[in-house]
Ligand binder design. Structure first.
Ligand code: TRP
Length: 333
């Protein structure tokens, strides 16, 4: 039967390690998504160069993330997994689209403004044209949907603007994709500051997928609960945000409802509860960490995955790129 699944594409910046905020949030739904859609996932290594990287560190991070994603259920037999820099069409299309993107519209990107404030000593042209490379990443594969978080919505909007502008001149070359707001899953907050989202920039409040069990247990032991006098495990995000966050984590890791958790810890203090959450997370992450380690020890396998991914991606991307080159008047070789 002909493949009729809708196409979905997403890039992930290899700029840090995955943590349970990523995992219990969007990632846990990806295995269902690859059943439903024809999915392309790539590690956006070219995008990370907009900020200075330690070369050996970057190489290691890309491989680790690839292994980690496979271990989380992104089966390379069921989706296309690749590394952005392995498919030169991304950079090639980016040059062409740079010439169809306006200085003014790039200047309005909030991420550019934020990042130039943060890296005032390195406001390079790549940081400025970052959304054009991202538009190229997307448009090459003619996807129907691009799953993104709120912070990337503006970049999908500009991608749609660029595609519409190009199509307006040359006819329907690009499919204009829709942003896809994935099932949100849990919104996990920092363990030591439950009013902010869990983030790698605050490592003691953040549980990484590859953390050792003893570190996970320590982080949960020190997790902030609430200073209310009641000191019981009850779901009340407004008045007890720390406890609510831990209940959310426990609920997803152990597959329990809030009512079940309240009953389980009825009459017990926060100490026993925090220890139980830590244990549940250790058990949930154990198979992922072990599988990641196994994969990282099998470099030949990982290489075969990203090579096959790049080959498949290059075939699709090449078709779009050739069409674009022809439309704008570049002489075919
Ligand atoms: N800019 C995205 C981020 O920082 C990563 C990304 C690069 C991406 N290219 C993409 C996401 C294409 C979706 C589609 O998260």
């Amino acid at each position: 039967m002909e493949e009729t699944k809708k196409v979905m594409l997403s890039g992930i910046q290899p700029s840090g390690q995955l943590h349970i905020g990523n995992y219990l949030g969007p990632l846990i739904h990806w295995p269902e998504m690859i059943e439903e859609f024809d999915c392309y996932f790539f590690l956006a290594d070219l995008h990370t160069l907009t900020v200075r990287q330690e070369p050996a560190e970057l190489r290691k991070r890309v491989l680790t993330l690839l292994a980690n994603y496979i271990a989380c259920g992104l089966d390379p037999e069921k989706c296309t997994l690749f590394i952005q820099s392995h498919v030169p069409a991304h950079s090639q299309l980016a040059w062409v689209l740079n010439c169809y993107t306006m200085f003014g519209e790039l200047s309005r990107m909030t991420q550019f403004k934020d990042k130039s404030a943060k890296h005032a000593d390195n406001i390079n042209a790549g940081l400025f044209t970052y959304p054009v490379l991202m538009a190229s990443d997307i448009l090459l594969y003619q996807p129907d949907y691009v799953p993104v978080g709120e912070d990337q919505r503006q970049h999908v909007e500009i991608c749609r603007d660029i595609a519409n502008r190009f199509n307006g001149v040359y006819g329907d070359v690009f499919k204009v994709p829709e942003p896809y707001i994935a099932k949100v899953g849990a919104r996990i907050m920092s363990l030591n500051a439950p009013e902010s989202k869990m983030s790698k920039s605050s490592p003691e409040g953040c549980v990484f997928l590859l953390d050792r069990p003893e570190d996970i247990l320590r982080k949960f032991k020190r997790a902030i609960t609430d200073s209310d006098t009641e000191r019981c495990v009850r779901y009340d995000p407004e008045h007890k945000p720390g406890v609510a966050n831990l209940m959310q984590i426990y609920g997803s890791a152990a597959g329990k409802t809030y009512a079940e958790i309240e009953r389980e810890f009825d009459g017990q203090g926060y100490g026993a509860f925090k220890a139980a959450v830590g244990e549940a997370v250790v058990e949930k992450l154990r198979p992922i960490r072990e599988e990641t380690e196994r994969l990282l020890a099998d470099k030949a396998y990982l290489e075969s995955v990203y090579r096959a991914g790049a080959e498949k991606a290059s075939y699709i991307a090449g078709k779009t790129l050739r069409k674009v080159y022809k439309k704008v008047g570049l002489l075919a070789k």
